[in-house]
Design a binder for this molecule. Sequence first.
Ligand code: PHE
Length: 336
Amino acid sequence: MIQNIETITQEVNDFIIENAEALELYRLKFLSRKGSISELFEVFKELPGIEKRDIGKPLNILKSLAEEKFNSHKEQFENTAVDLSAMVDTTLPVYQNELGSFHPLKIVENELVDIFNSLGFDLSEGPEIEDDHHNFGALNFAEDHPARDMQDTFFIGENVLRTHTSSVQIREMERHEPPFRLIMPGRVYRNEAVSSRSNCFFHQIEGLYVDKGVTFADLKQTLYYFVQQFFGEGTKIRFRSSYFPFTEPSAEMDIWAGTETEENKRLTKGTGWLEVLGCGMVHPNVLKACNIDPEVYTGFAFGMGMDRITMLKYGINDIRDLFVNDTRMLSQFKGV
Ligand code: PHE
């Protein structure tokens, strides 16, 4: 018996446990119910009392030794008991976290704001529900003047849904002292049930520059710089005289799109010129309405529709595609 205990002690000591499988073999060999140490205990049970005294102690020492060795290796292999590389199929596609994208209108707005920021224009925004004063009165629209009909207005009681972002010019000029150099994007509303392609709201971006000695030449050069940045170096522009109650003189600016393609002919109605924005020198009456002395200060303003240039830039043919939030369209702008 003593001989057996010594032999098995030796075997326990010599057994190399280098991985989880070896540990399991070790357990089966020594500690399981049919393992060699359990077998020794079976024999021990049958021994006469006198022999038990001498055998009990070394047998228990062997048992503790074997268990300690088992436990110390068990901890070591517990977390890596399963070989992960055998279970993970590295050829399966990775689960992708879906990233959102900016709306194409926002991409264009950010780009426009960046360009004018680089010229020192600050961002400003105003409310979409306006009063008559900010949307019309202070902008030199005469009471009952037919010019108010230029912009088919939605009324909300005494108020209106702003028909243009020019109302933000007034809010800024009433609140602060000149000089002003502002770029003001926002949504505007018009009741135009002209065709199934029209929409009752769209987006504008307004520019305002008021200081001592601002001239029409500053207006032209600023817009020229903007066009080169946004539409590309070498893009030609032209100004046509126009009318707005809040600017004098007023103009419309076109860019040269060309007539080479059928698409360009259609967009420019055969002229090659594409209308991009309205602009002019801030009317003295507008400055006066905001308590700014037109003898001291002059300025220019411009207003541009952002929807159309977004459609141009990305080849979108129906304005309503900008507003239905179809993720099949929007997801194409990921990372733009
Ligand atoms: N508010 C004008 C429009 O909506 C555009 C404009 C803005 C014209 C500023 C001149 C100066 O059509």
